[in-house]
Design a protein around this ligand. Sequence first.
Ligand SMILES: Cc1cc2nc3c(=O)[nH]c(=O)nc-3n(C[C@H](O)[C@H](O)[C@H](O)COP(=O)(O)OP(=O)(O)OC[C@H]3O[C@@H](n4cnc5c(N)ncnc54)[C@H](O)[C@@H]3O)c2cc1C
Length: 463
Amino acid sequence: MFDYVLIQEQKVPVTATADIVVVGGGPAGVGAAIAASREGARVILVERMFCLGGMMTGGLVGKIAISHRNRGIAAELLERLDRYQGTSFVQSRPETPIDPELAKLLLDKMVIDEAGVDVRFGTTLTQVVKEGRQAKAVIVSGLNGLQAIRAKYLIDCTGDGQAAFLAGAAYMLGDEEGGLGSAPSLLFRVARVDVDKFINACEEDEETYKSDRTRYSPREARELYHSDRYVFFANYMPLVRRRIEENPQMFSEWERQVLTTRGLIFLNQPQSGVILVNSTRILGFHGNDAAELSSAMVNGRRQVETIFRFMKTFLPGFENSIIMDTGGMLGIRESRRVAGDYVFNEDDVSGATRYEDAVLSNNGGIEIHSSTGAGLRGTRLGQDEYYHIPYRSIIARDFDNLFMAGRCFSASHAALSAARSIACCIAMGQAAGSAGAQLVKNQKTNTRDIDIYALQEKLVNIL
Ligand SMILES: Cc1cc2nc3c(=O)[nH]c(=O)nc-3n(C[C@H](O)[C@H](O)[C@H](O)COP(=O)(O)OP(=O)(O)OC[C@H]3O[C@@H](n4cnc5c(N)ncnc54)[C@H](O)[C@@H]3O)c2cc1C
């Protein structure tokens, strides 16, 4: 028999009203809130964690992928971060390492102090009150219990499409064949690493430290490292396999599998002697169940332990290293994607498709992380190639006043993998925020009443 409890009708106090409520303060939410507020809308941003930045800060994604041509809020953020960090990593565009902790401080300044957004931390969206095709209010839960916030427009920047899901909008999950989406990874940082010693080892024994993914020689890596440039170290599979074979008693079957699924993948960070490790992989993850999410997080931390033990034991330069931190959020690459008026798809990426209702241009290629352990599937676009993301992909098909931006926008499984970089999510948020502000100003109640040409004049990332 199906078990359930009844919740009595409840009066929830309306504690705030806004023109626009942004749910989720990750890259997309930051872009949306800044853009809408700069254009005169009254904006409330609701975030369940206690910092802005989402995956970029709480999830430790310490590198912003950004096209050379991006001139929007993402580019502003990067330039300011570089000054704040005292680095010149911005010269490594399109791949720029950042310090997640300093990003938290800077985002408070940009979003709260400068743009004047009313940010509510420690506040989780739990329900959306709707009338027909309009979302009328959101119910949030925090220290005061349940509270309602009324707004004219709702922008879902939760990554998981949680606002749209709670409102009852249609969504997509996994690949088109009913399979899984891209796999998550739990990121972690390691401190007290002698990176030069590791590079020397690679130079002295190129056969053992052979890497099938690193794009440069150890000498070039050293030059990049010493000139504040992004350095990618990956994935040393021959070394991993050899050390496991030589020390069979050290690793269980599960640990062997963990180590050989991705090998060792890491990159430099703004602090000297600190690296960010992106080697864990959670297989078989769907992305719409709390119990699954919880055990994936634990699985991720167990993998961190195994990978770190290997590094400390076998990598020259890691003898004195320590785990600095692990992500406070699981690194989810893909979960729910909300159905919009248009589903952005793989042909749009490969065909460099242009749209009249473009809200941004992007040149990220497909990058699917197999959820079954089959590795990476990817394509790259040339530096001057790009495609458009249309306005129709950031408005929810089933609602008249609901936008979604970032990882949960209306895209197919493969197309999302091309458009989920931090800078692209910020640009999508910027488009949704700017659109919402225009609609409010023009007293329109439907996302489809947008003056697209006026919107495009404000958006700097359309080529
Ligand atoms: C392992 C990994 C590596 C990556 N590497 C890179 C890289 O090198 N470069 C790059 O540019 N991108 C990278 N990405 C992609 C990028 O980090 C994400 O796609 C991007 O952060 C998504 O932004 P978002 O704002 O859509 O969602 P998120 O960053 O997920 O932010 C969503 C926010 O919504 C909040 N939220 C969720 N539900 C609620 C709720 N109910 N109530 C209130 N708040 C809520 C969350 O707490 C979070 O702060 C990587 C991603 C992963 C997982």
